[in-house]
Design a protein. Structure first.
Lengths: 551, 1022
């Protein structure tokens, strides 16, 4: 028996020694971070830096898209009927350090920055790529990082400024001086300008003119800040003028063509665009901007929700200032080309309209948003619902057409396939104009404004008539003012997601909101030029992390 | 199936079974032993004194000799006695010893009476069994009898209200859903608080859903460190040891257990009807002032106000007084049925139990059901004198429908609970209207129930087997090897048709998700038992084991199926692949363990345990954890000075101290991992990877040390028995997601930080209130258990500093409700005070706790916790003349719950329906709920409305049974026959339901309503 026992014990020991390797981890379906230091992993981290652009600028609002923070609560847009982000327009107690959209944007921006930092920090160790390719990729990513710091600076003020990849547990954070943040942004963009090619290897990658455009905006912004430099405006003007003159960009003849969907998205006016496409798997969250500006048409007689008209989130309603005052509707084509004011019946049937029974067929006018008050007689003649300006509400208002995406598959699909035209040449003209005006050169500023305005003029029945309209759109140097430029930006760039930041840059947020947006005017205070620091950040940081004043 | 047809079916089955059992009975003469002829031959039958069931395997010995025999399967015995003044001694585990003088009789029939103390004599502990009197740790045992009282889906539900310190609440109301089990509170934040389940000696990964509750013989719950240290690596949360029924020597006995029942909704939510909803919607617009006109959006002075606010169908409903009761249109009666059959028997060398089970639970919401088929084979075979082999094998197949579906309405976007009552469900032709109102998000919830519209089916196959071999190496020295593979395959298919809320008329979508788990446990156990003289006993156990689990998963999602009838069976036909995925995961634990039990003179007991575990989940160099424990016991009642004592029939004091570990985190946490990203350049895909977690090179075991002291007592000849335990456990190196300031790019990292403490008292008592000397007399007994556990966080990632970001506070339990304190509603005339606090009249008034004149984050307070101050259960059993009645009650007091429906998104926004609550209007100056406001997704400080007292008392089950007398039973060739009626959850008492319209305080959700079930069942034994 003793012999048997010995054999058993020996056998068990053999098995035991064989098993120790079981405690080694074997990561298969996930990828560990050392991958990012390989040539392929480095390229993937660059792609991930691009992907973060979609999270920040294109993704669904709940997930922290920048749109809820920059469209309404301004002079051009107020809140529509639906949605949980109205505090951004109300400036009430709901806009506080715990507001989810404030927190998610902050979080998404810093996750994106760490992704960029991983590329920048690891580049020197990566082998298997030429220095030229590595430099170009790093420059692209530094451009993206600069975008994020610029946004953080404009939204939250002084913020932490990590510029290298986080490799260990970090529990501290402190708000960097504004000067340092500007320096970092300008360093990144200057490197990008010096390194990037004018024409990229793939459409959609960051280019030299895109970096110049960005740098122009940054100088323009720093010029109004506490750390301004004397030559900021001059540099901004020079960079913007360079983007306009040095490359083959040009304004399209027709303002309406700029936002055509499909291949037309890649047009001569686009300096740089965030990419989206129709392949569900690579598109991911896609571009969701198509959702927010649509009026609530689908509960009106003769109408139901369809893909062509879009999913009506009804988040943002143009202010009365935009609808009634901003545009010279006789001359300026941009009012008609920016708004959809008529809906055609897609749910045929018999309805009671304006006190009488009306049978509507598909394609008949069902809803019309008039641009003036109608008389009772006019209304009673109409065989469709008429909403004169006084009848327009948070549900019923002209729909901004720039982002509509009728090429989606399902009516309620949120991911859209449209590129987000991040920088387009018309804005570069307006940047040049602003920088020139602020440098004391109103005459030259007027020429840049007039280029944009002439393009916007209505096409007449004859060439002469068209030219007369264009002439009439022109302004004189004496008419150029900061307010005029802001109005022009509103006309040209309406809804394009940078209004709040433009108003903060020019110091006009309170003045213009109080003047043009009565809903926001009721509560807005001086401190609202900055967003609150998320409470989460304050709670989780070891040591003190100061809140912005007022919150 | 109605009860009549069940009885008919049962009759048919019984006929078949009796034929089968006759076949088996033919074998018994072969199996039974023969006695040589002798002078005086005595025969007789031994039966149970209360049930008259024959008792097989009873030892019959001639007093003063070693001569004896054992009763056969019918309880009969024959024995030769040398002389007629001999005394026969009848002994059987769990029964009182009976001595009968022969005095010339040749037939001696004996009725054995049960001994309440001795019934629980043997307790299953880790890697073996122990006599209850030798136990030094804190262990609660639940007998087969108690387990049978409450018919359940999941064996863990049987623990509710049954054992002190074991806190069980429902995790969902859907058929086939699991339960949440906590033993002595929560220790861990992140590494899980589920106990370890050990089935027939093998630790399970995953819950008990595949185990047929009818197969279970006993459940033993190990609670303190001494008892659980044997499972050191995974014992910190307590261990539930489940033993399934094994074969016994004797004639095959066939049992058939069945029940069928109807479930009805326990309570409909009191939501607004059409008229109430209309008024509420108007009020929500009265609260909004149109900035252009300065008038309210709903202007009562405007005769057109209604037609501006409501759409056609709503106006029509208002005019006609029409209201759609979506809940009642959706909820139907459900049903529950169970059939188990088992054949159990054996010879000296071969013992077997073969069981088949069928269980079905059809829920209250059509399309939600759970069906389970189980088979069990337990075999033990002796090979010669020294060797033994055997198996416990479970094969289970189940189908679960609708686990991800919530048409009743959890979401604010969709569901019967929140659907607008002014909309119509059906048109004049009786056809479903897909969009009852123009609200494009809110499609008709009834359209989900249309057969084929939505399919959500999980098929699970599980093979759980334990194969063992045992060898006796020398006297008292045994070696046992267990090899236990556990295979689980899940196949999940999902289809969402076009006319559903998921697709909202978009193209149909489908997906499949398959996973496969291969886990195995391999154990080598050496045991040595030795008695040194009459006073010393020694029991040694040594173990080496390996456990691994390997998981693979793959899924594919598509949209745009051309034909809906394809469902998810031809994903290739879809126009678009919207996602594909696969995954792999593996972990392993290596363990060495040794345990010594030493007993001195049946009075002093000592247990020492040491265990070393290595886990693959931890960082290199930190993989091994060491968990020692020690326990002592003193059987006071065995002391000589207690000999003449009338009061105490049993008294034992115990104490233990030891450490256990927890490694219940996901593998690969010590690696920095990446997340895939999506992008394209001009239509060419450009996938990428970005950092998503930081590597932690210091990740190690979470350790809990527990001190436990207990007293076991039996009073008045064990009429009253029970135990009292006090304990304190401290968990250190908590595996906690340490939340980081996001500016580093990461939100959190799993790390070992902080510590927690649990302190508690447990009391359980069983009393025989009324006993009878007659076997069918009136008897009444009660089991009661009460327990209180106090959970406290001692330290967090920054030391003794509250972590407000994670709602973790020093001195508080792991889950607390931390929010502003609602004091009422701002009333008319309080405009200026309201304005001072940035609020308005009609909105929620919260307390400015720090009195600084503004409401800021510092005004948030800890309002309560989900930990009950006291919980317990009570079971009453009454029997009389064949009738038996049992009532099981479960209570908890002093916990707080958060009611999701009271604080949902769009609450009081005038868009979706909700509880018919007392909201503020100018003419109704209540302080209960604020004024509805169409401009808010939910009211400011709206979360303050969702906290409620979670105390409740639930009558879990009432069962009334009747045991048919031996005359009828004999005629039907049965051993026993019992019919019973059972009502599950018949009564609930709680302030949440009686005062606040709540649905169920145990599981406060709105996804699937709780049910009340009425069952008719039978237990037959041949």
């Amino acid at each position: 028996m003793k012999k048997h026992l010995f054999v058993y014990i020996l056998g068990v020991f053999f098995l035991i020694t064989a098993c120790d390797s079981q405690l080694e981890e074997d990561v298969r379906s996930q990828v560990t971070d050392s991958y990012l230091s390989t040539a392929a992993g480095f390229q993937d981290a660059v792609n991930a830096s691009y992907a973060s652009l979609k999270t920040i600028f294109c993704a669904i609002e709940d997930n922290g898209i920048i749109a809820p923070l920059t469209v309404f609560g301004t002079d051009t847009y107020t809140n529509g009927f639906d949605g949980g982000f109205k505090m951004m327009n109300f400036y009430n107690a709901d806009l506080n350090p715990r507001t989810p959209v404030i927190t998610t944007n902050w979080n998404n921006l810093y996750v994106a920055i760490n992704t960029c930092n991983a590329v920048i920090s690891r580049a020197p160790q990566v082998t298997g790529l030429t220095d030229a390719v590595k430099n170009t990729r790093v420059a692209e990513v530094r451009f993206i990082r600069a975008q994020y710091y610029y946004l953080l600076l404009q939204l939250y003020g002084s913020v932490p400024l990590p510029l290298t990849e986080t490799t260990g547990i970090v529990t501290t954070a402190s708000r960097a001086p504004i000067k340092d943040i500007y320096d970092a942004i300008i360093n990144d963009l200057t490197f990008a300008v010096q390194t990037l090619p004018a024409t990229p290897a793939n459409y959609g990658r960051v280019t030299k003119p895109a970096a110049e455009n960005a740098l122009a905006i940054v100088y323009l912004t720093r010029a109004t800040s506490a750390v301004k430099q004397a030559d900021d405006y001059a540099k901004a003007a020079e960079l913007a003028k360079g983007v306009i003159s040095k490359y083959s960009f040009k304004l399209l003849d027709d303002f309406g063509k700029v936002f055509e969907q499909g291949s037309a998205e890649k047009n001569a006016e686009v300096v740089w665009a965030i990419q989206n496409n129709k392949d569900i798997i690579s598109n991911g969250p896609g571009n969701t901007m198509h959702l927010y500006f649509i009026m609530k048409y689908d509960d009106l007689p003769g109408m139901q929700r369809d893909i062509a008209n879009g999913r009506p989130y009804a988040r943002y309603k143009p202010t009365d200032f935009v609808l009634n005052t901003l545009f010279n509707r006789q001359l300026d084509s941009r009012y008609d080309k920016s708004f959809k004011r008529v809906y055609y019946c897609n749910k045929p049937g018999t309805y009671t309209i304006n006190g009488k029974s009306v049978t509507m067929a598909t394609g008949d006018t069902a809803v019309y948003l008039a641009d003036r008050e109608w008389t009772a007689a006019e209304i009673s003649r109409a065989r469709y619902n008429v909403y004169a300006p006084s009848k327009q509400t948070e549900r019923v208002f002209p729909t901004l057409t720039k982002f509509l995406d009728p090429e989606r598959v399902g009516v309620n699909d949120q991911p859209g396939s449209r590129d987000l035209l991040f920088y387009r040449l018309a804005e570069t003209y307006l940047i040049a104009a602003e920088a020139l005006l602020m440098s004391g050169n109103a005459a030259e500023a007027a020429t840049y404004l007039n280029t944009v305005r002439r393009r916007a003029a209505k096409v007449g029945a004859t060439a002469a008539e068209t030219e007369a309209n264009r002439k009439a759109m022109e302004i004189t140097p004496g008419q150029v003012s900061l307010d005029f430029i802001l109005d022009e930006r509103a006309r040209e760039l309406l809804g394009e997601g940078n209004r709040w930041i433009d108003l903060v840059r020019t110091g006009k947020l309170l003045e213009r909101v109080k003047k043009y947006n009565p809903v926001s005017a009721a509560n807005i205070k001086d401190f609202h030029v900055l967003r609150p620091i998320p409470q989460q950040q304050i709670d989780r940081t070891e040591g003190e992390f100061k809140q912005n004043t007022g919150y | 199936m109605n009860p009549n047809s069940i009885l008919a079916l049962v009759g048919k089955v019984l006929k078949k079974i009796s034929i089968f059992s006759i076949c088996l009975a033919l074998w018994t003469p072969v199996l039974a032993g023969n006695n040589p002829a002798a002078k005086l031959l005595i025969t007789g039958k031994v039966t149970d004194g209360s049930t008259n069931e024959p008792l097989p395997g009873v030892n019959v010995v001639i007093e003063g000799t070693t001569v004896g025999t054992v009763t056969n399967a019918e309880g009969n015995y024959t024995i030769d006695v040398p002389k007629d003044d001999a005394v026969l001694v009848f002994s059987y585990v769990g029964y009182n010893l009976e001595k009968v003088p022969v005095t010339g009789k040749t037939v001696i029939d004996v009725k054995l009476t049960t001994d309440p103390r001795k019934l629980d004599e043997v307790v299953v502990v880790g890697y073996g069994t122990q006599k209850k009197t030798d136990i030094t740790g804190a262990i609660s045992s639940i007998s087969e009898k108690s387990l049978k009282e409450v018919p359940v889906t999941n064996a863990a539900q049987m623990l509710q209200g049954r054992a002190a310190g074991v806190y069980v609440v429902a995790a969902d109301n859907k058929p086939g859903a699991g339960v949440s089990v906590q033993i002595r509170g929560r220790r861990s934040f992140n590494a899980g608080n589920d106990p370890l389940y050990v089935v027939d000696g093998i630790p399970l990964s995953g819950g008990l859903n595949d185990i047929n509750p009818s197969d279970i013989e006993s459940m033993d719950i190990l609670k303190d460190a001494s008892a659980t240290a044997i499972y050191g690596s995974r014992g910190a949360n307590g261990v539930v040891i489940i033993s399934t029924k094994r074969g016994k020597t004797g004639k095959p006995s066939v049992s058939y257990d069945a029940y069928y029942g109807v479930s009805k909704i326990m309570r409909y939510a009191d939501v607004m009807n059409g008229q109430q909803f209309a008024e509420y919607k108007r009020e929500s617009r009265r609260a909004v002032i149109n900035t252009a006109t300065g008038r309210p959006q709903y202007d009562d002075t405007d005769p057109q106000a209604d037609s501006k606010l409501f759409e056609a169908v709503e106006l029509e409903s208002i005019a006609q007084g029409r209201s759609t009761d979506w809940q009642r249109l959706m909820v139907k009666n459900g049903s529950m049925q169970n059939h188990s059959i088992s054949i159990l028997g054996g010879t000296q060398d071969t013992k077997y139990n073969v069981a088949l089970g069928y269980f079905q639970d059809k829920g209250l919401i059509p399309g939600q059901d759970f069906t389970r088929y189980t088979s069990r084979i337990n075999i033990d075979q002796n090979i010669g004198q020294r060797f033994k082999v055997g198996t416990s094998t479970l094969a289970a197949y189940s189908e679960r429908n609708g686990e991800d579906l919530n048409p009743y309405g959890q979401s604010s976007d969709f569901g019967a609970l929140t659907e607008n009552p002014l909309g119509r469900a059906y048109d004049d032709n009786g056809q479903l209207i897909f969009l009852p109102t123009s609200d494009g998000l809110r499609s008709n919830p009834l359209s989900e129930l249309v057969p084929g519209a939505v399919i959500n089916k999980r098929k699970t196959f599980r093979l759980l087997s334990n194969l063992y071999g045992e060898a006796q190496l020398a006297e008292g020295l045994r070696f046992r090897m267990n090899f236990a593979p556990d295979l689980v395959e899940n196949k999940k298919g999902d289809f969402r048709g076009s006319v559903t809320n998921f697709r909202r008329l978009g193209p149909p979508a489908a997906s499949t998700n398959n996973d496969f788990t291969l886990a195995y446990t391999w154990e080598n156990i050496l045991t040595y038992k030795k008695k040194l003289g009459s006073t010393h006993s020694l029991d040694f156990t040594g173990l080496y084991s390996l456990q691994t689990r390997q998981y693979e998963q793959s899924s594919i999602n598509v949209t745009g199926l051309p034909v809906e009838s394809v469902e998810y069976y031809n994903l290739g036909a879809a126009s678009t692949i919207s996602g594909t995925n696969s995954a792999y995961e593996k972990w392993a634990i290596l363990s060495y363990m040794a345990r010594v039990n030493y007993g001195f003179d049946n009075r002093f007991l000592l247990t020492l345990t040491g265990r070393a575990d290595g886990s693959s989940k931890f960082a290199p160099g930190k993989k091994w954890g060491y968990f020692p424990s020690a326990a002592v016991g003193w059987n006071v009642s065995n002391e000589s000075f207690m000999a003449g004592n009338k009061l105490f029939s049993n008294l034992k004091v115990r104490a233990s101290y030891g450490a256990t570990g927890n490694e219940g985190i996901l593998p690969y946490q010590t690696n920095g991992l990446l997340t895939r990203t999506q992008y394209d350049f001009d239509g060419t895909a450009a996938f990428g990877y970005r950092p998503s977690s930081i590597r932690n090179t210091d990740l190690r075991w979470e350790t809990t040390t527990t001190f436990n002291a207990g007293i076991d007592f039996g009073l008045f000849n064990n009429r009253i028995t029970g135990s009292l335990e006090v304990y304190q456990s401290k968990t250190t190196d908590l595996l906690l997601p340490k939340l980081l300031p996001i500016t580093s790019g990461f939100t959190s990292i799993i790390s070992n930080v902080g510590s927690k403490r649990n302190r508690g008292v447990e009391f359980s008592v069983s009393t025989l209130n009324i006993t009878s000397t007659k076997s069918d007399g009136f008897e009444w007994s009660t089991d009661l258990n009460l327990f209180a556990n106090k959970e406290e966080i001692l330290e967090l990632s920054q030391g003794k500093v509250d972590d407000i970001g994670n709602l973790r506070f020093i001195g508080q339990p792991a889950v607390v409700y931390y929010d502003f304190v609602k004091t009422g509603i701002w009333q008319l005339g309080e405009d200026s005070q309201a304005k001072q606090f940035g609020s308005i009249v009609g909105a929620i008034k919260v307390q400015d706790v720090n009195g600084n004149g503004t409401i800021d984050p510092a005004d948030r307070q800890i309002l309560g916790s989900d930990v009950p101050k006291l919980a317990g259960g009570m079971t009453h059993r009454v029997s009389y003349k064949g009738f038996d009645l049992s009532v099981v009650v479960f209570s908890r007091f002093g916990s707080m719950i958060r009611s999701p429906f009271h604080g949902a998104s769009r609450f009081l926004s005038g868009r979706v329906n909700q509880y018919n609550i007392d909201y503020w209007t100018k003419s109704n100056p209540t302080n209960a709920y604020p004024q509805p406001n169409a401009n808010q997704e939910q009211p400011i400080y709206g979360s303050t409305l969702s906290y409620f007292d979670g105390s409740f008392t639930k009558v879990r089950n009432i069962a009334l049974g009747y045991n048919f007398g031996s005359a009828l039973v004999g005629k039907l060739r049965m051993q026993s026959f019992r019919l019973y009626l059972s009502a599950q959850n018949p009564f609930v008492f709680s302030p949440y339901t009686s005062k606040y319209n709540g649905i169920d305080p145990e599981f406060p959700t709105t996804s699937t309503p709780p049910a009340r079930t009425f069952l008719l069942g039978l237990n037959v034994k041949f």
